[in-house]
Design a protein around this ligand. Structure first.
Ligand SMILES: Nc1nc2c(c(=O)[nH]1)N[C@H]1C(S)=C(S)[C@@H](COP(=O)(O)O)O[C@H]1N2
Ligand SMILES: [Mo]
Length: 221
């Protein structure tokens, strides 16, 4: 039986609760995933292309297997409920930046408007620099997942993915698409830029799923 997106949200939340920080992270004080080290400033990491998309010219299409497609412009984004969330950000290259204060639209608010269909099991992200990444639908509703337009109280600079990016703090940072252009809901999973180039599809920092072959079972449920 196909699950509704609200059931997928619950299933993902239960998975995250069950995962906890893991025994290895508890030894490290409960906060630093295994194999990571803390950095001060947030490093800039991307393909090296920083598309200059003005707020006026910015559009986000949210479509595919949804009840209501959305073509969001900046005014539309600003009309959505805004919030802030503080979370740690973990990159597979081993840096972790604590207490990033992301501001913008909680992803759940956006998804409650488009309402993914029961057949929608995955989300595929495409960015203005050509970058892509993929997630199961449930992951998008988790605590702290944002369509972020601000970092630490400032408008999100281009180097950190402005004008708007996705932030998914539960997973390695390559799952958090900067310069976001499109979110498409799909029945089938498709690996994104790094997932095709040897990185783990599931990208769980607490279970240290860095590379292809280190996937967490149950990702697709
Ligand atoms: N559009 C886009 N998003 C991207 C990337 C990219 O190259 N292009 N790189 C990813 C990787 S590997 C990381 S570690 C984070 C880095 O985010 P930051 O530069 O804000 O620290 O962005 C992710 N999102
Ligand atoms: Mo990364």
């Amino acid at each position: 039986m196909a699950k509704s997106y609200l059931e997928r949200k619950e299933a993902w939340a239960a998975k995250m609760r069950a995962r906890g920080g893991g025994a290895r992270s508890e030894r490290a004080g409960g906060r630093l995933p295994p194999g990571q080290h803390e950095v001060g400033d947030l490093p800039v990491l991307d393909l090296g292309i920083h598309p200059e998309v003005s707020r006026d010219g910015w559009r986000l299409r949210v479509g595919g297997l949804v009840e209501e497609e959305l073509a969001l412009d900046w005014a539309g984004l600003e009309a959505l409920p805004q919030a802030e969330g503080v979370s740690d950000f973990h990159c597979v290259t081993t840096w972790s930046r604590y207490d990033c204060r992301w501001g913008g639209v909680p992803m759940a608010e956006l998804l409650d408007r488009v309402r993914p269909l029961a057949e929608a099991r995955f989300a595929f992200f495409t960015s203005y620099d050509g970058y892509t990444t993929n997630l199961p639908v449930g992951a998008l509703f988790a605590e702290g997942v944002f369509l972020a337009t601000a970092l630490d109280g400032e408008p999100l600079p281009v180097r950190y993915g402005g004008p708007a990016r996705v932030v998914v703090p539960q997973l390695y940072a390559w799952k958090s698409a900067k310069f976001i252009k499109e979110i498409e809901f799909r029945a089938e999973d498709e690996p994104g830029y790094w997932e095709k180039r040897g990185y783990s599809n599931t990208a769980d920092p607490w279970l240290e799923g860095r590379f292809s072959g280190e996937e967490v079972p149950g990702w697709k449920d």
